[in-house]
Design a protein. Structure first.
Length: 208
């Protein structure tokens, strides 16, 4: 926990960036009857019946100090999907920085070995050399600022019926563009000192 909190208090120069990563899923819901639009005196109405139309995975990459985020929509959440998204982060979104400090949770796919299982060794090492990885502790995913940004995505964009993956891609891209143009950031104030006071029960008891 303190390792991640220390990462959040660093000063990042132009040649480095802090990126937090998390993921969620979205079930696609196809309407079976056309909804009725809202009108004066009548709210928007839709049928309770629906048709399930698959599930997509969403990787959230969030640079809280830069007000930047990217949502990558994939059909699955395998090691290969994660590795491809990480290469995209390194080569397409932050190609000029020397080091990306990456904060993420401890899912089995979020591991350097996923890069080696997806790419030739030289390519996997090239990508890995650009990363400084910090994992949140078990049951400590709330420390990941990307989780906060995912919550905003769900409230502002995903808390409705979305029929298919192409629509999901368009809607998340529009949300991403709007948030990036605003350079919306997170005002993180929880420090290591706060943790030692408020989460004292989580620390070992040293009876002298």
């Amino acid at each position: 926990m303190e390792d991640v909190l220390d990462v959040y208090t660093r000063s990042y120069e132009e040649e480095s960036v802090l990126v937090c990563m998390d993921e969620t899923s979205k079930q696609q819901i196809q309407e079976v009857r056309a909804p009725l639009p809202s009108a004066p005196g009548a709210p928007y109405r839709y049928d309770a019946e629906y048709q399930r139309n698959g599930v997509s995975n969403l990787f959230m990459f969030f640079a809280p100090l830069d007000g930047w985020r990217h949502v990558e929509v994939t059909a699955q959440r395998t090691k290969r999907d994660w590795a491809l998204a990480i290469r995209q982060l390194v080569d397409e979104y932050w190609p000029k920085v020397k080091k990306i400090t990456l904060v993420m949770d401890n899912l089995n796919t979020h591991n350097p070995s996923s890069l080696y299982e997806t790419f030739p060794p030289a390519e996997a090492k090239r990508i890995l050399d650009r990363l400084e990885i910090h994992h949140t502790p078990k049951h400590g995913s709330w420390l990941n600022m990307a989780e906060i940004e995912l919550g905003i995505l769900v409230r502002q964009c995903l808390s409705r019926r979305i029929p298919d993956q192409p629509t999901l891609r368009r809607e998340t891209a529009a949300w991403e563009d709007r948030r990036n143009r605003k350079k919306a950031a997170v005002d993180w104030r929880f420090t290591t000192q706060d943790a030692r006071i408020k989460l004292k029960r989580l620390y070992p008891s040293l009876d002298v």
